[in-house]
Design a protein around this ligand. Structure first.
Ligand code: FES
Ligand code: MG
Length: 589
């Protein structure tokens, strides 16, 4: 133990002999729901439970029940739990986009961790942005913190097949466009993919980011994958509550866990999982708030060479239950460690090193989690692209399917180049309005481009780059065209889009110069995307770029636009990255 009870920061509030008047004031109100003076004054760690679940956040709502078991664990180890709400972030309910709220929830949580008498915190995570928001705040505060994932829903089934959340929506949209199903069947399929409490059961952004949290060392082993309704989930809640109390005594802060090596481990695990394209910006944001230098080049360098080991939708077949039964993240990490692709020396919330806690781990189903030498695919990590219209973009190679490869990449099995005619849309409304317009003459030699969808332009950066081809192409069996955009795409999408383009059109990025009919050359070998226009023509177009965006609708939209950076650097509130370890740097006055 490295900390004594006199070193608990909550003592400043509840046992401050130099200021008995203020102590009386703080105590009086925290007693009034039944806490005793003994509990608050005898030197028990006070542990926050950052509650992200609510009726507005159904993916995380199960945490309201799980918190009871977290409390049991905290109590058993002699701590005092205080649960408080985090600003809701629901991926599917928040308009204009949930991405607008990641930084807002972050900001609110930093203030709570700094301004209230908390010695440690349990971060309840789940739906996409809740995990990065919580980890970003824990990094800024640098107060002992542990992640409790809510877990994926049970596996969905429709008409005898696995139906993964998100995936089923993208598939059904295509089937609807092709006239294979009707609207009623579409809704039935969507409902079937979500059979229980929990977050998305595909390896979408939620499961990817909880896996990344575990790979970083911020949750107990196997926490990410336990399906939400399983008994093990409530047991994990209890164990997490127990563990955070010891972490307070050990002074095991996020800065000791989330090191550069831990971030590299997280990148390797994300690649092996076929994780969401939202992971690069979220992980870079967490790193920047932790004061760790992490860039897209680290994703290319560490992530791209990693093979795809996890056979889960959208890159593979299975869903959360299968992934958990196969061994979850520890099994993936063990394969990577044995292959020399993971740092074994990183310390996790267990207090042990990664190599230590993985010692006895094995894959339990080698069809779901493949051994390192029998992967689903080689070099499955993201590739990072650049060119004459943007500085960086990301592409998920693990979802480049055989059809796409055959049509666009001349050497099957190898990454290659193609030239396509651009069809340019200004935001998703324009796309929906015009995609089936015959005048656009869209054929299989086109690339669909969307702009005005980035952090400033949208605002918040929208998941819209995985644009579906026009109905007439789908009816001919062409279910995917290349796409390019300054927005993001859902982690559940199997589209090999070129996305997260930075800088975005709204801040003068090169997408603002494009016109429908331009020829764009994509070379996946050299990782270059270039519009085939002369420098003189580009200079001419720079005089009148398509950079406008809609007016702010709320005060936060304005603050967000004024403070947010680009997706390539995490989409952080730029000014906030200057604040490091704010809790350790001093108790508020
Ligand atoms: Fe919340 Fe997928 S919509 S986890
Ligand atoms: Mg999403």
């Amino acid at each position: 133990m490295t900390r004594t009870k006199d070193q608990l920061r909550s003592r400043e509030w509840f046992a401050n002999s130099e200021d008995p008047g203020m102590t009386a004031l703080y105590l009086e109100r925290y007693l009034n729901y039944g806490l005793t003076r003994e509990e608050l004054q005898s030197g028990k760690p006070i542990i926050g439970i950052a509650q992200t679940g609510s009726d507005l956040s159904p993916c995380n709502r199960h945490h309201i029940e799980l918190a009871a078991r977290v409390r049991d664990g905290i109590r058993e180890m002699g701590g005092i739990p205080l649960e408080f709400p985090v600003h809701p972030i629901q991926e599917t309910g928040r308009r204009p986009t949930a991405a607008l709220d990641r930084n807002l929830a972050y900001l609110g949580l930093v203030e709570v961790l700094h301004g209230y008498p908390l010695d440690g915190v349990v971060l309840t995570t789940g739906c996409d942005k809740t995990t990065p928001a919580c980890l970003m705040a824990a990094a800024t505060a640098n107060i002992p913190a542990i992640v409790l994932s809510g877990g994926p829903m049970l596996d969905g089934h429709w008409r005898g097949k696995l139906a993964g959340s998100g995936m089923v929506i993208w598939d059904s949209r295509r089937q609807l466009a092709a006239g294979e199903i009707n609207e009623e069947e579409f809704l039935e399929a969507a409902a079937s993919s979500a059979p229980s409490v929990g977050h998305c059961n595909t390896m979408g952004t939620a499961l990817s980011m909880n896996s990344v949290a575990e790979a970083l060392g911020m949750s107990l082993p196997r926490c990410a994958s336990i399906p939400a309704p399983y008994r093990e989930r409530a047991q994990m809640a209890y164990l997490t509550g127990k563990r955070i109390v010891d972490m307070v005594w050990e002074d095991l802060t996020p800065s000791k866990i989330m090191t550069k090596a831990a971030f590299e481990n997280a990148i390797a695990v994300a690649a092996a999982c076929g994780a969401s394209t939202n992971c690069p910006p979220h992980l870079i944001a967490i790193a920047r708030h932790a004061g760790v230098d992490l860039t897209l080049e680290d994703w290319q360098r560490v992530g791209h060479p990693i093979p795809l080991l996890v056979n889960c939708q959208p890159a593979g077949h299975y869903l959360g239950e299968g992934f958990h039964r196969a061994g979850g993240i520890p099994a993936v990490m063990k394969e990577l460690l044995s292959a020399g692709k993971l740092h074994g020396t990183t310390v996790t919330v267990t207090g042990k090193t990664t190599a230590d806690f993985l010692a006895d781990v094995e894959i339990e189903d080698t069809d779901v989690i493949r051994p390192y030498d029998k992967p689903m695919m080689l070099e499955a990590g993201f590739i990072v692209l650049s060119g004459n219209i943007f500085d960086s973009a990301v592409m998920k190679t693990s979802v480049i399917g055989p059809d796409f490869r055959k049509r666009y990449l001349s050497t099957p099995g190898d990454l290659d180049a193609f030239v396509a005619r651009a069809i340019v849309f200004d935001g998703p409304e324009d796309y929906h309005k015009r995609i089936n317009d015959p005048a656009l003459n869209i054929d299989e030699h086109c690339i669909l481009v969307i702009r005005g969808a980035g952090p400033v332009g949208y605002p918040g950066s929208a998941e819209v780059v995985n644009m579906q081809p026009p109905d007439h192409l789908i009816k001919r069996g062409i279910t995917a065209l290349p796409t390019l955009g300054d927005g993001r795409q859902s982690g559940t999408s199997a589209s090999p889009s070129i996305l997260n383009v930075s800088p975005e059109s709204a801040v003068g990025g090169g997408l603002a110069l494009l016109k429908t009919g331009d020829k764009i050359r994509v070379d996946l070998n050299t990782r270059k995307v270039d519009v085939q226009l002369s420098e003189a023509e580009l200079a001419e177009r720079r005089k009148n770029p398509a950079s406008s965006y809609p007016a702010h609708q709320t005060p936060w939209q304005q603050i967000h636009r004024e403070t947010v950076g680009q997706l390539s650097t995490g989409g952080c509130m730029e000014m906030a990255t200057a604040y490091q370890h704010v809790v350790a740097n001093g108790t508020p006055r």
